[in-house]
Design a protein around this ligand. Structure first.
Ligand code: SF4
Length: 447
């Protein structure tokens, strides 16, 4: 989600740094025009490049699990891959531009014929493409662009939406059989088995999806349109997955969802055990009981749904990390209303004061969006003042860009780019100065 996906991007960009670097190095060393055909093997090698949030990082693992079970292998680097899958993010225009540019860059070096074909045939890509490596567009951009992805880049061979990743092996098999572009998008909900495909990249920490999608429809956010409406996984499956991870040696998990506070599971299993539903707080208590699990945390909470009860439970559960990511997005009531966030500045400030009071040592982080349509200097100042008042441990600050199908896309994007940039910079600098001040305190305390 726009909100949950911030902390994640940083982690994920670290995760991806090596693969980006290796791609760039290879591009420099291999001028475009040289055909570097990957060897055809009976077990094609797949490289997955992840963009965006922790949910995408987890989805890439799920894709890897599905493909390993289907007999594919994982490539150690992009250069040795027969198939390169770009698992993408649509939260901002900038995120999408980056993906198209990486696909172009990779394709020009590795698929010059396809790049040439694009020039020759313009937008048309629906003709046989039988060369390796295969390029796949996965995730939110696949769902956002659907068939138009083939027109946008003739280098793309397969397109698979986030709820369709369970069929990735079938899609690739079909591509190898027929050598024409393949697409799987539009599924409303992924099948339960695709939340746990028995593959994790990190042996110490794992992400576990507990719910997906969002019903909040914040006016700037594309998530409900590409990830779908909110649904929660059955609690016993989540616990079974965590127990399995612990058996593999995992010590810490992060529970993932676009709006974790909305987690609600109903099932016949629950009915049979005399329970009508399990909510997020029940789930936290259940996770805390998993033997062998050392720590857990969760992202992302929504300020309109987070409660004092949640904070008390966080304090009381020994394995729950004292970390809360609570996106504020704006400090102006007028803008919050236009964003359809469902809370006021006053509510947010009271809530975080309560959270800090109840949970000693709380690490509180947030997301901020600057330059929303109609944001005046006074609105921005409200945001700046809120940040000064709350003193977040970290803040992920982004410039607004209109996303298709969202309500805000119908508003004039009237804050000029240089102003968005300036506001973004001002908040970043403030956050940096805060860190310096805090680390100075730590230093002084340490003496
Ligand atoms: S609609 Fe709002 S709450 Fe839902 S994912 Fe987007 S920003 Fe988060």
């Amino acid at each position: 989600m726009m909100c949950s996906l911030r902390k994640m991007e940083e982690d994920n960009s670290k995760h991806n740094k090596n693969s980006v670097r290796s791609l760039r190095e290879h591009v420099d060393e291999n001028p475009c025009g040289i055909v570097l055909n990957a060897p055809r093997t009976r077990q094609p090698k797949v490289f997955i490049k992840t963009f965006g949030c922790q949910m995408n990082t987890r989805d890439s693992e799920l894709v890897a699990g599905v493909l390993l079970k289907a007999g594919y292998q994982l490539a150690e680097n992009i250069e040795s891959a027969d198939i390169v899958l770009f698992n993408t993010c649509s939260v901002r225009q900038h995120a999408e531009d980056k993906v198209w540019s990486e696909i172009g860059c990779y394709g020009r070096c590795f698929k010059p014929q396809a790049a040439g074909r694009r020039k020759k045939h313009g937008a048309c890509s629906l003709e046989p493409v039988a060369r390796s490596p295969v390029i796949g567009l996965l995730g939110c951009m696949a769902e956002n662009y659907k068939k138009a992805a083939f027109a946008k880049s003739a280098l793309v061979d397969v397109v698979v939406g986030p709820n369709d990743i369970g069929s990735i092996a079938d899609v690739l098999d079909e591509f190898f059989k027929r050598h024409i572009p393949q697409m799987a998008v539009g599924r409303k909900q992924r099948i339960d088995a695709v939340y746990d495909t028995d593959y994790v990249a990190d042996k110490n920490h794992a992400n576990v999806i507990i719910m997906e999608g969002c019903d909040n429809f914040c006016s700037y956010c594309i998530v409900p349109y590409v990830r779908g409406r909110e649904r929660s996984r059955p609690a016993h499956e989540i616990i079974r997955e965590i127990e399995g991870l612990v058996r593999k040696g995992v010590k810490e998990v992060t529970l993932l969802g676009q709006n974790v506070n909305s987690y609600t599971a109903h099932s016949s299993w629950l009915m049979a055990h005399g329970r009508k539903k399990i909510d997020f707080i029940d789930l936290l208590k259940m996770v805390n009981e998993v033997e062998g699990l050392e720590k857990f945390d969760f992202v992302t909470s929504h300020p309109k749904d987070a409660s004092e009860e949640l904070f008390r439970v966080m304090r009381e559960l020994p394995r729950c990390k004292k970390f809360l990511h609570l996106p504020v997005q704006s400090g102006s009531d007028r803008i919050l209303k236009l964003m359809n966030r469902g809370y006021t500045r006053e509510h947010y400030i009271k809530l975080v004061k309560k959270a800090k009071e109840i949970i000693p040592g709380l690490r509180l982080t947030t997301d901020v969006l600057v330059g929303f349509p109609g944001e005046t200097e006074a609105d921005f100042q409200d945001t700046f003042d809120l940040m000064k008042e709350v003193e977040f441990s970290a803040a992920y600050i982004f410039k607004y860009s209109p996303r298709p199908r969202t309500k805000a896309a119908g508003l004039a994007d009237d804050v000029p780019q240089p102003v968005k940039k300036e506001r973004n910079q001002k908040l970043l600098e403030f956050q940096k100065s805060l860190h310096k001040k805090k680390s100075m305190y730590i230093c002084q305390d340490g003496r």
